[in-house]
Design a protein around this ligand. Structure first.
Ligand code: ADP
Ligand code: MG
Length: 698
């Protein structure tokens, strides 16, 4: 069978071992097949040639035809550049190179006709094009002048003159081979039902589109296929799991739940909380093992839902466990839950790294005998020494800090895997959740408890610090507390810590009557906890901190969140930080402090933050601005995100559709044995073999 995967890229005309090595290393292209799946990132219509006289300052990429009059070498050191004065008879424009000067001088000659392509800009009152594409006019065939593909290249590739142009030429020779079609990778039924372009035709048109319509159909086909196999992989996995494990049946809601509901619950549940509890109760009684993702914005009351779910487990004579990502959070959950269960006969224990010796042993013993009903803790709870009498439910808070592997480890804590409820306050757009957590069902708390005043978010330039501090003083005079957050990232840790330190000094001077505490990740845990405690207890009115406070901390009296250098935070991070305030009944404020000079992206981020408090809207916007690869949680999720052509932010509708198609395949063919689907299962197997991340979820 015609197979391009076995053809080494180095044997392609014009490649050879040296360039092949660079292609291997830089972009993972080893075979002709890999090359063919290296898709263009854009297409430019090159059917039109402009004249130099027409050029104005606001043009996108354009094409000119003319000759180089002379070369000129200008500047020294880093300013050094080569200028070619280029004319088409209507005017002169400068072509400029900062790198690869020797190559340019060796290759291009004066008084020969070239077609050049690039984006004109103005410098010192003259038009110029930096690093243009240059082709001998005689070589460019008029028929090839339509939509031309552009390929991403790295610096290293460019240095070996593996630019977009050269890749295009390589691609053209591979496409020549496709006169013999490649084996189809989707089934005839799916191709027909979705009116998809055949594979080979799609691959030809994705690189060399015959016209805009063919390009659109090629893109659709390839995106469809890419998303289809991601979904088929997840759904088949979910199906296998369902068949392999039965779930504990929590058939009843009993005394513990009801006592809590009628006696202890300090307020009425919100509509969203009720709905989600119903979804959970249905799962727990179904005989299937629950794997549910509970999404809810910060402060939406997830903890309460988790607790009530745990009480259902207890009512059915099972134990429950709640796992939090940090010790501070575990402590806080422990305190909250003990308080909520006050007066009830439920034994709750806390297990973290700092619980040691006899105390630890007593908890471990209690878990084995079944005397401990609810265990709350950090990663410590998944250690091998922790064993339960009958663990029936695991709640994982703040999912993004735990990977799939850790989730899986919890399953081994009982002969049958316990039900799993994963809570996250980082709202994930539905489309992304479906891909990321495709094996999880999703519940959403989309309503905040009543009486909350929406947080007012303001943008301030750092030059207006005095007026900012005046309003802060007013808040403190009214008894409120204030967070001031500084960015801290690994790459600039030293400078960041210095900034934080200076900020702290500055705040101490500006607020001489206040107690100021300081928390950052480089402190020893005990020291950090002590400082945090000073804020929680109300002794300190101001807390200067890095993003260590991002997750979960609950101080209802804190009403002001000041974020310094807000331009350095991502959207979802800003939103998480903002969620630390607005937890009490008072009007809360979030102030984003930046310098004057802001990039377009930053301006957008700030504008969104000021406009809305809706975590889902922010998550969608974040996804659009950053792309899914950077989204929090995706790295550790264990699911591939190197989508080549589909874009989760833009192709949500297609994803939804494709998921349904994949679901129907899995439903109709649970054993994977129907002959008409053979091509699908074979292709999935192949993809799982070549995609390490995919194989990880089996
Ligand atoms: P999340 O974990 O979703 O960020 P929490 O569970 O910490 O939110 O809840 C935030 C606050 O709202 C807590 O102080 C909690 O007691 C309170 N709360 C939860 N549910 C309700 C409700 N239905 N009515 C009023 N207050 C609630
Ligand atoms: Mg919480």
């Amino acid at each position: 069978m015609f197979d391009l995967t076995t053809r080494d890229i180095k044997y392609l005309t014009g490649v050879g071992p040296q360039r092949a090595a660079i292609l291997n290393k830089e972009v993972g292209i080893y075979s002709l097949h890999d090359l063919l799946y290296y898709f263009p990132y854009k297409y430019v219509d090159r059917s039109r040639i402009y004249t130099i006289r027409e050029i104005d300052g606001s043009m996108p990429y354009i094409q000119l035809k003319g000759e180089i009059l002379s070369f000129e070498s200008v500047g020294e050191g880093r300013q050094h550049r080569l200028i070619a004065h280029f004319s088409d008879g209507t005017g002169i424009i400068d072509l400029v190179w900062f790198q690869g000067i020797k190559y340019v001088l060796g290759k291009y000659k004066v008084h020969q006709e070239y077609i050049i392509f690039g984006k004109p800009t103005v410098f010192n009152g003259r038009f110029n094009i930096a690093h243009p594409d240059v082709d001998a006019a005689a070589e460019v065939k008029p028929s090839a002048m339509g939509m031309r593909p552009y390929y991403n290249t790295t610096e290293k590739m460019k240095r070996s003159s593996l630019n977009s142009h050269v890749i295009e030429k390589m691609m053209a020779s591979v496409v020549q081979l496709l006169r013999e079609p490649l084996p189809e990778t989707l089934s005839p039924a799916i191709l027909a039902a979705n009116r998809l372009m055949p594979l080979t035709e799609a691959l030809i048109n994705i690189h060399f589109p015959g016209n805009a319509d063919l390009l659109r159909r090629a893109q659709y086909r390839l995106k469809f296929e890419e998303l289809f196999y991601v979904q088929l992989n997840i759904l088949r996995y979910a199906r296998d799991r369902q068949r392999r494990y039965r779930g504990f049946v929590f058939g009843k809601v009993g005394d513990i739940f009801n006592t809590f509901y009628t006696r202890n619950l300090p307020f009425a549940l919100t509509g969203a909380q009720k709905r989600v509890l119903k979804e959970i109760r249905y799962d727990l009684g179904s005989g299937r093992q629950m794997n549910r993702l509970l999404q809810g914005d910060v402060g939406s009351g997830k903890t309460l839902v988790a607790l009530m779910t745990m009480l259902i487990a207890l009512d059915n004579r099972y134990q429950a466990c709640l796992m939090a990502p940090t010790e501070i959070l575990a402590n806080q959950h422990y305190d909250t839950i003990r308080e909520l269960l006050y007066g009830m006969d439920v034994r709750v224990e806390l297990l973290t790294g700092s619980v040691k010796g006899k105390r630890r042993q007593a908890i471990l013993d209690g878990l084995l005998t079944g005397e401990v009903d609810i265990l709350i803790g950090t990663h410590a709870v998944i250690e091998d020494t922790v064993n339960f009498a009958s663990l029936g439910l695991v709640v994982i808070d703040e999912q993004h800090r735990f990977g799939v592997a850790q989730r899986a480890k919890l399953w081994t804590k009982n002969v049958q895997p316990p039900h799993v409820l994963v809570m996250t306050a980082t709202p994930i757009p539905r489309t992304l959740a479906m891909t990321l957590y495709g094996d999880l069902d999703v519940s959403v708390i989309d309503e905040l408890p009543p009486g909350r005043k929406p947080i007012a978010t303001l943008h301030q330039f750092d030059s207006h610090r005095e007026s900012l501090y005046r309003s802060v003083r007013k808040q403190i005079a009214e008894g409120r507390q204030v967070y001031i957050v500084y960015p801290l990232i690994k790459e600039s840790e030293k400078i960041d810590l210095k900034n934080l330190e200076e900020g702290y000094q500055h705040v101490c001077e500006a607020f001489p009557d206040c107690t100021v505490c300081k928390v950052h990740g480089q402190m020893k845990p005990a020291e950090k906890d002590a400082e945090m405690q000073r804020f929680v207890s109300g002794e300190a009115q101001i807390m200067v901190a890095t993003t260590v406070i991002e997750v979960g901390v609950n101080v209802p009296n804190a009403s002001v969140m000041i974020i310094e250098n807000a331009e350095r935070f991502g959207l979802s991070q800003l939103h998480q930080l903002r969620g630390r305030v607005g937890r009490g009944a008072d009007q809360s404020y979030c102030i984003l402090v930046t310098g004057y000079k802001l990039s377009e992206d930053t301006r957008k981020r700030i504008e969104i933050m000021v406009r809305t408090n809706d975590g889902f809207e922010i998550a969608e916007a974040d996804l659009k601005l950053r792309g899914p690869g950077d989204l929090e949680g995706t790295q550790q999720s264990g699911i591939a995100f190197d989508l080549k052509i589909a874009d989760i932010a833009r192709d949500g509708q297609l994803l939804q559709h494709v998921r349904e198609v994949a679901q129907r395949v899995v439903d109709a063919d649970p054993e994977g044995t129907l002959p008409e689907n053979e091509v699908l299962w074979r292709q999935l197997k192949l993809l799982r073999k070549t995609n390490v991340n995919w194989a990880a979820i089996s």
